[in-house]
Design a protein around this ligand. Structure first.
Ligand code: ADP
Length: 269
């Protein structure tokens, strides 16, 4: 399909593992039942995507995930006419598919998308719940089991790339952050298979590395990177080597900052 959006749509047999941190599961369910759209805010790699997959599976709805980027247009979401076997055919985009099938559409990093995307989202996010398809002349009414979920990372938003109040005030919203240490330990252990004691050491190390955010680092080390580190360690890689490849190199290109991170790592292992 010639669309820049990558969509995934299936109902998995097993519900993906998600460790709740607060009331987010109840909030999601209530929003879904009341047909309200949801906005998730938080740093990269803290569990937003996993949370949405978990909830979609729990609610038994197909999930259409779109990773937004700065070339993504409204047509990538709604659909377009494509030439197929000498014929021009309309092909639904992931948002239209979710509306037609009564699924959950998750727009990850929605602030990255082109401005015309908000024009499509506005009528869908008020009580009309409508998706107008100008090109086909259709006006789709979203069924009760359709839900729109969007996310963005307020940490690295530029002034030009924040959500306008007229858009954000259409969503029920929830902030996400890295899970508290006792939960993050369980998550890292369960995702990587690394022994509990080493996971605890890694999570303590993460707290120290996250303190360096702001001074020298744009973003603190994510739960995702901790899992990468733990996975390499569980596979037998020495801890400092694994940590350098997952907790230092992906975070900074600056030699002094890297050395600061390595010092904290050497003090742990
Ligand atoms: P985000 O969408 O916020 O960038 P992800 O949902 O992709 O982050 O999270 C990265 C990884 O961290 C996930 O693949 C998952 O392994 C793990 N993770 C983070 N938080 C949780 C959680 N609360 N429960 C289970 N896994 C989690």
């Amino acid at each position: 399909m010639d669309t820049a959006a990558t969509a995934e749509s299936h109902i998995p047999h097993e519900i993906p593992f998600y460790e709740p941190v607060g009331n987010e599961c109840q909030l999601f369910e209530r929003a879904y039942q009341q047909r309200l759209p949801l906005l998730l805010k938080g740093p990269t790699g803290c569990g937003k995507t996993r949370f949405v997959s978990h909830m979609a599976a729990k609610l038994g709805r197909p999930l259409f995930t779109v990773s937004c980027h700065d070339d993504l247009t409204a047509a990538d979401l709604t659909g377009r006419y494509l030439l197929q076997g000498g014929e021009t055919r309309w092909v639904d985009g992931p948002l239209t598919q979710a509306v037609r099938e009564g699924g959950i559409c998750y727009l990850d990093e929605v602030v990255e998308a082109r401005k015309d995307v908000t024009v499509v989202l506005h009528p869908l996010t008020d009580d009309r719940r409508l998706l107008p398809l100008e090109r086909t002349g259709e006006l789709l009414e979203a069924p009760d089991d359709f839900m729109l979920v969007v996310s963005y990372n307020p940490g690295y938003q530029h002034i030009l790339k924040s959500l306008k109040p007229s858009t954000r005030q259409r969503f029920v919203a929830k902030s996400f952050d890295f899970p508290p240490p006792e939960l993050e330990r369980n998550i890292v252990a369960s995702e990587s298979g690394l022994a509990a004691q080493q996971c605890a050491a890694l999570v303590n190390l993460a707290a120290r590395l996250r303190e360096m955010k702001g001074q020298d680092l744009e973003e603190g080390v994510s739960t995702r990177l901790l899992i990468y580190c733990a996975t390499l360690m569980a596979d037998g890689m020495p801890a400092t080597q694994a940590a350098q490849a997952t907790l230092v190199e992906p975070l900074s290109d600056d030699a002094d900052v890297q050395e600061g991170l390595m010092e904290a790592i050497r003090a742990t292992f």
